[in-house]
Ligand binder design. Structure first.
Ligand SMILES: Nc1nc2c(ncn2[C@@H]2O[C@H](COP(=O)(O)OP(=O)(O)OP(=O)(O)O)[C@@H](O)[C@H]2O)c(=O)[nH]1
Ligand SMILES: [Mg+2]
Length: 316
């Protein structure tokens, strides 16, 4: 099996294996990614995030089917990221259900990714898995993340369009009010619209958008629409597809797509550089030297700024 060539030919087993190599940090994954990179940059990446259990997986499942049913069907890749638990959890479960449901359609590829170490590592592995699906020719890639924290924000930065999913009755406070989520939402979805309180959730989000009319996103000429869906029945999903396409067209026409891409590449590049410089640097400091320095900072014998400067001077 030739991982690279077979991936380019959209061989599912090769794609799955390559993503596993990425997760495990195997050296051949890096080489493969370098060869695949010129084949990337064609996929449209959509992030789907929100609190646990709001129906993200069900919704992404329906979105995938809707894209397959278009007059000009698009191939779809799905990556479910679960930063909360390394072994079990919703993303994996949703993934299983979905795999059964979507099995047989060669135009859809589903993969879940869980934490194996740091959240930063997960965000990077996710970004690399996206590249693999992109190079393999999947045209629309959905990235589902659970929860509401920095990990989601980081992962959302890799998407062109970010959908924030809410559900009615998830406590008094609107989940979207959580820091950071407001700024990343290009489209709001109130799912489980069959439940009581959906309209007041929609109204609450709209009010919040009004209050934030000077926000970053709207300052650029896009007001996030608020869509109602019943994912279990597929209701509202075609309208959501239209909003995704509208946002995509907006980004293209305004030139913001290129800007987002540059920001994305910059973030990734800086992150990698930071990580590699740090690794190189730390490998040259002995553990004793390191511990000693930390101890001295703890004892207030030296301040962290001075300590860092001194160490850098000694090392370079
Ligand atoms: N009543 C109702 N239930 C729904 C709807 N959409 C999803 N559900 C149910 O909500 C539960 C959670 O759905 P998931 O799609 O797994 O939600 P999720 O947001 O992916 O969950 P996590 O990945 O664990 O955060 C399941 O039992 C779904 O069947 C809906 O529109 N209405
Ligand atoms: Mg899920």
């Amino acid at each position: 099996m030739n991982l690279i060539q077979d991936t380019l030919n959209r061989d599912r087993r090769a794609i799955a294996r390559l993503i596993s190599h990425i997760e495990n940090g195997e050296p051949d994954a890096r080489e493969a990614l370098a060869v695949l990179y010129p084949h990337t940059g064609r996929a449209y990446i959509v992030g789907v995030t929100g609190a646990p259990g709001t129906g993200k997986s069900t919704l992404v499942n329906e979105l995938a089917k809707a894209y397959r049913r278009l007059d000009q069907p698009r191939t779809v890749g799905i990556i479910a990221v679960d930063p909360t638990s390394p072994f079990s959890g919703g993303a994996i479960l949703g993934d299983r259900i979905r795999m059964r449901d979507l099995a047989g359609d060669a135009g859809i590829f589903v993969r879940s990714m869980a934490t194996r170490g740091s959240l930063g590592g997960l965000a990077r592995a996710t970004a690399d898995a996206i590249k693999v699906l992109d190079a393999a020719g999947y045209e629309v890639i959905f990235v589902e993340t659970v929860g509401a924290g920095q990990a989601e924000v980081d992962i959302a930065k890799t998407a062109y369009t970010t959908i924030v999913v809410e559900a009615p009755g998830l406590g008094d406070e609107i989940q979207a009010l959580k820091a950071g989520i407001m700024e990343i939402a290009d489209i709001f979805v109130v799912n489980k619209a069959d439940r009581e309180g959906a309209d007041s959730t929609v109204a609450a989000i709209r009010m919040m958008l009004d209050l934030n009319h000077a926000s970053h996103v709207e300052g650029q000429g896009w007001r996030p629409p608020v869509c109602k869906t019943i994912a279990v029945r597929g209701d509202g999903v075609p309208a959501l597809v239209e909003e995704i396409e509208a946002h995509s067209a907006f980004l293209r026409e305004s030139g913001l797509l290129g800007q987002r891409e540059r920001e994305r590449v910059t973030t990734e590049f800086e992150y990698l550089l930071h990580e590699q410089l740090m690794r190189q640097f730390v490998s040259r400091v002995s553990p004793e030297q390191w511990d000693e320095l930390i101890e001295r900072i703890v004892r207030r014998e030296v301040d962290p700024y001075t300590a860092a400067e001194k160490l850098l001077r000694e090392m370079t």
